[in-house]
Design a protein around this ligand. Structure first.
Ligand code: ZN
Ligand code: ZN
Length: 113
């Protein structure tokens, strides 16, 4: 299987690296997949969190990771990622009470029905 197809986002006929399983399937080329992850990262950074222990808004975000699929669902031996969710995981630490916690955001894409 060549993995070449038409990217649903930019329309280029190119290597497909990720696919959202929906009807119809949404196919992503590398650039469009990367842009999707950058978008999630940008918007994630806009989110405000409070400390889950003391309620303080004095919370510092670090170690942000974004990705597709891994840690979410295991789909084996596919040449392309079957996108079920795009995720962002970040470590947060409270400046006031020193509590450390993690948030894990999953973006499942727009509903298709
Ligand atoms: Zn594309
Ligand atoms: Zn706190």
């Amino acid at each position: 299987m060549s993995g070449k197809n038409r990217c649903s986002v930019c329309g280029n006929h190119t290597d497909i690296v990720a696919k959202v399983i929906s009807d119809p399937n949404i196919l992503y080329c590398r650039n469009c997949r990367d842009e999707e992850l950058r978008r999630l990262e940008r918007n994630f950074n806009l989110m405000k969190f409070v400390c889950i222990r003391c309620g303080s808004t004095n919370v510092k975000k670090d170690d942000l990771r974004t990705g597709i699929n891994e840690d979410v669902f295991n789909i084996k031996a596919s040449t392309i990622d079957q996108v079920i969710a795009v995720y962002a995981v970040a470590r947060l630490s409270c400046i006031d009470c020193k509590n450390i916690f993690h948030v894990n955001i999953l973006d499942n894409g727009p509903r298709t029905f």
